[in-house]
Design a protein around this ligand. Structure first.
Ligand code: GLP
Length: 265
């Protein structure tokens, strides 16, 4: 596993700062492999919470490498993805289902019926029911062994966007249909060919099921993330910065940063 250049202990989390992003991504992938193997050894299965965005792409590339080398099998793994645009067809190239198939699922031995994503094509009348069912399925599977997260430039985790909710209410948020924050829409503009074309709503795993994962890995790289990283790790716990809600689960969060994203620490 690649070694960080610095390790900090902040807000109940371990913060690993790497000299280069590819090394950090490799460390994230190796940790996912480690947690997966250990869950497979002890319980015969592993339940992983996965994320999309540009950050995890090299992480998934490394997991595919490990799989091809015969060092990691997903045959007894179950996955739950963090979020999905709404409404969107699963076949749309911007859907997170397409993303996951392209960057991971199509290249590993994960059984297709154990790769769960929130369905962006469900009728709106059933969206709340689907979201509640998703939380129940995760619980019925014994909870997430690991949740992989990226961090939005506005501090979001999944599509849990900044809000004025009291902390207790933010912590209790379940999986649901939600609206994208203007900063999130601006960041997604490149994928949709313009900010006005970004799908304005999304389904997201809630804050509560994210925080319930036994291990949480969060990766954020580059200067654009420095402010959100600093506010998540050195600011107050507030729903204005969803990443700061990770401070409420000390001992199970590891941050993977590069020098640029760690600049404000
Ligand atoms: C997206 C996703 C998040 C992701 C974040 C950062 O909108 N919904 O789950 O972590 O924004 O994305 P990136 O890794 O591309 O910076």
């Amino acid at each position: 596993m690649p070694a960080p250049v610095r390790v900090l202990s902040l807000a109940g989390a371990t913060v690993q700062v790497f000299a280069e992003v590819p090394l950090a991504c490799r460390a994230v992938a190796d940790r996912i492999a480690q947690v997966t193997r250990s869950a497979l050894d002890t319980r015969g299965r592993a339940i992983l919470g996965l994320a999309t965005g540009s950050t995890p792409i090299p992480v998934y590339a490394r997991l595919i490498e490990l799989h091809r080398a015969g060092e990691l099998s997903f045959a007894n793994v179950t996955t739950y993805n963090l979020d999905e645009y709404y409404p969107i067809s699963p076949l749309d190239s911007n859907s997170y289902r397409s993303f996951m198939y392209k960057h991971l699922f199509g290249q590993i031995d994960l059984p297709p019926n154990r790769a769960h994503l929130l369905d962006g094509s469900i009728p709106e009348a059933f969206a709340a029911e689907q979201a509640a069912a998703y939380d129940r399925w995760i619980a019925a599977d014994g909870g997430l062994d690991l949740q992989l997260l990226g961090l939005g430039r506005n501090g979001h985790i999944g599509f849990n966007e900044p809000s004025d909710l009291p902390v207790a209410e933010a912590l209790a948020l379940g999986t649901r249909l939600t609206h994208l924050d203007p900063i999130t829409r601006a960041d997604a503009a490149k994928d949709f060919g313009g900010e006005d074309k970004v799908i304005p709503r999304a389904l997201t795993l809630g804050v509560a099921p994210i925080l319930a994962a036994r291990t949480i890995l969060i990766a954020a790289f580059g200067p654009n993330k420095a402010d959100a990283v600093a506010r998540s790790l050195t600011g107050p716990t507030t729903a204005r910065v969803p990443g700061s809600l990770l401070q409420t689960v000390p001992g199970k969060v590891t941050w993977y940063l590069d020098e640029a994203s760690a600049k404000g620490l």
